[in-house]
Design a protein. Structure first.
Length: 234
């Protein structure tokens, strides 16, 4: 069995009810459900939630909500892998053995079914021991980044690179926050995403946007409208 699990708790603080707030005319979670279903990869698309309203909206858009997420995994400190681990355990106990799992975030309106398929192909071809997850490059060399100290003054993280040319610095990448392919066993073993057992499926930067603040939300909707007009997303 191959399943998608979309974690979507009800207690978002910075953007209240974020997972089901209307984004370009649809509940935000609907985009992740749509991409998962259109990929044709999954026997079940399951939403893990503690919230009745989220569960009802998820079902209306074609996902399953066969269990209620335990309260201890729905607080502000719950991390992703234990949430997926609980879901895998429930499915294996009640629905049968699971071979592959894709965690898909509910806040990924740019996610395309084709990306899920291509990353799955990479996962199967390379037979990685960890995960294949979405990532993108940083737009500027992180080695030349700086911070502000307690007095508000500038301090470089790596002052030895003050005069290093950008083209001579190693590229750096970041989690794109869209999906994480793995074996059921990797999730059951609580394996972390970022390790030498994992691989990155790289996305162009214009197809990636975190949505954690109201400013992020506005930017994401503007990007979505532009991408749709340009034919980059369905």
């Amino acid at each position: 069995m191959r399943i998608a699990i979309i974690p979507a708790r009800g207690g978002s603080k910075r953007i209240p009810r974020k997972n089901i707030r209307a984004f370009a005319g649809q509940p935000l979670i609907a985009y992740s459900i749509k991409a998962a279903r259109e990929s044709g990869l999954f026997d079940h698309v399951i939403v893990s939630t503690d919230d009745d309203e989220i569960a009802a909206i998820a079902r209306a858009h074609g996902a399953e909500t066969p269990f209620v997420r335990p309260a201890e995994l729905a607080n502000d400190h719950a991390t992703t892998v234990p949430v997926i681990r609980q879901a895998v355990q429930w499915v294996q106990q009640h629905m049968g053995p699971v071979e592959q799992v894709c965690c898909i975030y509910a806040t990924a309106p740019f996610l395309q079914a084709s990306a899920l398929r291509e990353a799955h192909d990479l996962f199967e071809q390379r037979q990685v021991g960890g995960y294949v997850f979405s990532a993108t490059s940083f737009p500027f060399p992180i080695q030349r980044s700086f911070k502000l100290n307690a007095e508000g003054l500038v301090e470089m993280f790596w002052p030895e690179h003050y005069n290093t040319r950008s083209q001579d610095l190693e590229h750096a990448y970041q989690d794109a926050g869209q999906f994480y392919w793995g074996s059921a066993q990797s999730y059951l073993d609580n394996k972390i995403f970022f390790s030498t057992d994992s691989m990155a499926y790289l996305l162009p930067r214009h197809m990636v946007q975190d949505i954690d603040t109201p400013e992020d939300w506005t930017r994401a909707e503007l990007m979505y409208a532009a991408l749709r007009q340009n034919g980059d997303i369905a």
